[in-house]
Design a protein around this ligand. Structure first.
Ligand code: AKB
Length: 312
């Protein structure tokens, strides 16, 4: 990785990944891109920015040529809950956008990272210790687009030898940038509300167990996967990525260890609950552990301690 392009760089993952990549490879080597300008000075002032709408191939090829890009982190996408309210837009951005990036990457000889998700699984998938290779029949448009993205990345690797790699992310938790329109977003909101009001009303049931991950682990996973020796990667698109799993009740308990009078109430949103009910509870990530030595660092207690310290 010498000249890197990050799409969706202003989003939840992109804003932290871009800064981490700049620290590792040099500020000028990492081009941030999005359809909105960055406001966070750490991102805005640390390196180049290009306006790229991933649905416009001219925007992409112009930036690829100008910056002689060799690696793409394609993060621009719509998340699950918002994807259910705007399914056509989710298909366009999440599938047509990937096709455009793959085509540009193929033409310019780039490696490409694709973020899949636990949303690529569905109600027929085994929910506990979900295997790496298993039934993938999601019941959300978001999930459909993630399965298509995984398959497209496989196809470009098989057909053109393109170096495509991907991860199936669990719910991601960070204190820097809020997620937007996901089913797992409660696990970010809860910390802010705990600090501001000592109370949070959760839209998922108390016992809804989902796989989750603290953002520093997710950023490290992306960089480690893209730096891994290609010959060792059998699955490529896309690796199950495990770290922690918890229910809203367990997350509230971990917050109570620091804010004893924190209270959680429940007002279940049937739309987001039914998405959560169709996703895995825990993941088998042995392929990632074996093929590129994945190992998460943050437990629930360590994440909660850090989140509260950073937000206070
Ligand atoms: C979402 O909730 O849509 C995302 C995801 C798990 O892919 N956080």
């Amino acid at each position: 990785m010498k000249r890197i392009l990050v799409t969706g760089a202003v989003g939840q993952i992109g804003s932290e990944l871009t800064v981490a990549l700049r620290q590792r490879y040099g500020d000028s080597a990492v081009v941030a891109s999005d359809v909105k300008l960055p406001s966070d000075p750490a991102l805005r002032d640390s390196g180049p920015f290009e306006f790229i709408d991933c649905l416009n191939p001219h925007h992409i090829t112009r930036a690829m040529q100008m910056h002689r890009i060799d690696t793409i982190f394609h993060l621009a996408a719509l998340l699950s809950a918002v994807g259910e309210t705007r399914p056509l837009q989710a298909w366009q951005l999440n599938v047509d956008g990937v096709v455009n990036m793959l085509e540009a990457g193929r033409q310019y000889g780039c490696a490409l990272f694709f973020p899949s998700s636990i949303g690529a699984f569905g109600p027929e998938t085994p929910r506990k210790k979900t295997p790496q290779v298993t039934i993938q029949r999601p019941t959300t448009m978001y999930g459909v687009t993630k399965v298509v993205g995984e398959l497209l990345c496989d196809d470009y690797h098989r057909r053109f030898g393109m170096d495509t790699r991907g991860l199936r992310f669990p719910g991601l938790i960070s204190y820097k940038t809020d997620p937007g329109g996901g089913t797992t977003d409660y696990a970010v909101d809860i910390y802010r509300q705990a600090i501001a009001h000592k109370q949070y009303t959760c839209y998922l049931r108390a016992d809804s167990r989902l796989p989750m991950m603290y953002m520093p682990d997710a950023i490290r996973a992306m960089i480690e996967l893209m730096e891994a020796e290609p010959g060792k990667l059998k699955h490529r698109n896309a690796y199950n990525l495990g770290a922690i799993d918890f229910t809203p009740a367990e997350l509230a308990d971990s917050i109570r260890a620091h804010i004893p009078d924190f209270r959680i109430d429940y007002a279940v949103d049937p739309r987001r609950q039914s998405i959560a009910d169709s996703w895995p509870e825990t993941l088998d990530d042995s392929a990632a552990r074996e093929e590129w030595r994945w190992s998460p660092r943050y437990s629930l207690a360590a994440m909660t301690e850090d989140m509260l310290r950073q937000l206070l």
